[in-house]
Design a protein around this ligand. Structure first.
Ligand SMILES: Cc1cc2nc3c(=O)[nH]c(=O)nc-3n(C[C@H](O)[C@H](O)[C@H](O)COP(=O)(O)OP(=O)(O)OC[C@H]3O[C@@H](n4cnc5c(N)ncnc54)[C@H](O)[C@@H]3O)c2cc1C
Length: 382
């Protein structure tokens, strides 16, 4: 680690603490208006915070036990895209309620025939006076059942000879418009986070177009450059949940394991956990030096997702035959997170860009290998 966080008496820490003294249990709205939800955003929504200030704010909120509003697609995707390409009116209307967690957002990108190859999408938007009329089907839409708005990409171009990346437009879609049907998909965890979304002649006001007509493809990738700097604890479910280190600690606390094969897997897990921790620190220190994140993010994603699957696979195997019962966790630990994680883990290498697609990116952009023959570029990561 080649950086240290500022000391306890640093003015940036004192400022956050002073605010927290005046707001000991802040609401999402108060946090948003103080610029503390996405401090790296420009004012008035953020504080234009550099990476060190972001880490200081994270640390101070954490030690005060203050949690930020949860709105992953709104804050992670929709917000940065609106900041990049939205009109002033769109920013004024959508950004503060999104940061405050008052308006949840979802992402209407994937379709039954367009996932990794997202540019093959066939949902169509046709201009009719002051409106766009949208018809098509989206799938795997996380949180659609809670969302007030969705970011939607649809084909507006009509030239059949144009590249499939051209003629895609980007919209804000209110999820309560007539013609929208949301049908739940229940995961094998038993949870309902995904949905199918059917759009049947949905009329979107013209002002809901984001950026220029036909230029939505470049917007769909914009947020990759907006990754927030965070010293996450490295939870094995996309940064959430227990870590590989938690499982190793559990094994240690229970006096180790006898079986040599299981013991070797515990050691391998510990090594991977440590490598991923060092990669995270390297990413943070690069951000502090002002270096932009590059395709190395794909390397981290491949390693972390497959590591996550191994963490929960090993946890299940350590539970033995009792692991077949949902009320058993590894080595007598409570089952809730471990069992859920085991059932969710296969999704890790699919969502946000599959492992194979990440490997293509690594091959082409990191190793300089030739592009896939006769294949148009798949979506970099979603
Ligand atoms: C937990 C989770 C949440 C999600 N949330 C959302 C959401 O909110 N909104 C949304 O729009 N989507 C969402 N998705 C969908 C996700 O973006 C897609 O599942 C993903 O892009 C893969 O697309 P696909 O499922 O159509 O698989 P496909 O693209 O059909 O891939 C099938 C298989 O072919 C492989 N493959 C495809 N192309 C290539 C290639 N060029 N080279 C090598 N192998 C290839 C893939 O790796 C995969 O193994 C979510 C997915 C998950 C798992």
């Amino acid at each position: 680690m080649d950086f240290e966080l500022p000391p306890d008496d640093d003015p940036r820490r004192i400022e956050v603490r002073a605010w927290l003294t005046g707001h000991p249990s802040p609401s999402g709205r108060e946090l948003a208006e103080a610029g503390l939800v996405a401090p790296h955003w420009p004012r008035p929504w953020g504080l234009e915070a550099d990476p060190v200030q972001q880490l200081v704010i994270d640390a101070e909120l954490r030690s005060a036990g203050v949690r930020r509003p949860v709105n992953p697609i709104g804050i992670g995707w929709a917000g940065p895209t609106l900041l990049h390409a939205g009109t002033q009116e769109q920013k004024d209307r959508y950004l503060m309620p999104l940061l405050a967690g008052e308006d949840m957002w979802c992402q209407l990108f994937s379709e039954p025939g367009a996932g990794s190859d997202l540019a093959a999408l066939s949902t169509r938007a046709v201009r009719d006076g002051d409106e766009w009329v949208v018809t098509g089907q989206k799938i795997w839409t996380s949180l659609a059942q809670h969302a007030r708005y969705g970011i939607l990409i649809a084909r507006t171009g009509t030239d059949p000879t144009a590249s499939k990346h051209k003629g895609i437009s980007y919209f804000v879609c209110p999820m309560d418009l007539p013609g929208i049907t949301i049908r739940p998909i229940i995961e094998m965890t038993g949870a309902h986070t995904f949905n199918e979304v059917f759009l049947d002649e949905v009329r979107l006001p013209a002002e809901n177009l984001v950026g220029d007509e036909g230029e939505g493809w470049s917007l769909a990738k914009v947020t990759l450059a907006n990754e927030r700097v965070s010293l996450s604890s490295g939870g094995a479910l996309w940064g959430q949940g227990p870590t590989g280190g938690d499982l190793v600690d559990l094994v240690r606390a229970r006096g180790g394991v006898e079986d040599p094969v299981l013991r070797q897997r515990v050691v391998d897990l510990h090594i991977e956990d440590e490598i991923l921790r060092l990669i995270r620190l390297r990413t943070v220190s690069a951000a502090i030096r002002g270096e932009a994140p590059g395709p190395e993010a794909s390397i981290r994603k491949v390693l972390a997702d497959e590591h996550g699957q191994r963490v929960f696979g090993l946890a299940k195997d350590l539970t033995g035959a009792a692991g077949m019962l949902t009320d058993q966790g590894p080595l007598g630990a409570p089952a809730d997170l471990w069992h859920h994680g085991f059932l969710f883990a296969p999704a890790l290498t699919v969502g946000g860009g599959t492992g194979e697609v990440q490997r293509n990116i690594i091959g082409e952009r990191v190793l300089g290998l030739p592009h896939e023959p006769d294949v148009e570029r798949p979506a970099a990561a979603r």
